[in-house]
Design a protein around this ligand. Sequence first.
Ligand SMILES: Nc1ncnc2c1ncn2[C@@H]1O[C@H](COP(=O)(O)OP(=O)(O)OP(=O)(O)O)[C@@H](O)[C@H]1O
Length: 304
Amino acid sequence: MITLEGLSKRYGDTLAVDTLDLTVSPGRVTGFLGPNGAGKSTTMRMILGLDTPSSGAALVDGRPYAAWPAPLTKIGALLDAKALHPRRSARNHLVAMAQSNGISVSRVDEVLSIVGLDSVTRKRAGQFSLGMGQRLGIAGALLGDPEVLMFDEPVNGLDPDGVRWVRQLMRSLAVEGRTVFVSSHLMSEMQLTADQLVVIGRGRLIADAPVAEVIAGSSRTTVVVRLPDRRDFAVLRDRLVAEADRVESAGDRLVVTGVVAERVGDLAHELGVRLHELHTERASLEEAYMELTADSVQYGVVTS
Ligand SMILES: Nc1ncnc2c1ncn2[C@@H]1O[C@H](COP(=O)(O)OP(=O)(O)OP(=O)(O)O)[C@@H](O)[C@H]1O
């Protein structure tokens, strides 16, 4: 489990992270989203003790990262895939990490095989492609068989096969009961991978909810009702106007925002009106995300 308690970080005039309170729970993949400059990397660096909070605390299973005697066995992370010694081989890079945390060398070969780098273990890390570097970084995160895993943009530079592999890996780590905290700008990928979403903007928490809830909360998620009878149509429309956020008429259809399909069905039943169709059109995660973060985009393009 990762716990943030009033976590803040100030760099000069910039409040990069602003009093974040958050629990990232085990057994699920938690997506960490936010526009450029929102404070995601800074938050992750503080969790790993690479940056000192200006106030508040970032705890891994109740203790700061540095308080764990062999931290790699508690939390594994991929932050910057390029942070490698360029002349060291993939294997030697991992052996050095293992030795500093009392991890057996046999585990190095195990993780190289898990990430599909067994054929290039002697190749220098400096000659790796971006995708191979990402795989090596993921191998490093898995090295200590930790309960908590954190990945900053793990699919960056991976081909479609690699992207799918990372998705399956994250899912299986969560199924094993681990805490998986992953940042990404790829909304379609997050929609497939994450169970829970944490969205921040300008360092502040905007949302912490299951993916389905974030999507359901979007104004682009609508309920569509089709009624064959004009009088029924008017009766249901007038009733919905009283409790929905928006009701639009489109031919023999009503398009309703802010009321779930179950409620529309119950109302139709109560009013004795006949329906020929009732379904929900869900927003994509990207649409829901854009709406949530519209006010916190630091480098957005101004349109009129
Ligand atoms: N070492 C630093 N010194 C000064 N300012 C910094 C430093 N690191 C980050 N910042 C600032 O803090 C804010 C948050 O940056 P951060 O990199 O954490 O955002 P992010 O959400 O990870 O962004 P991205 O999606 O672009 O990676 C930004 O305004 C950034 O310019």
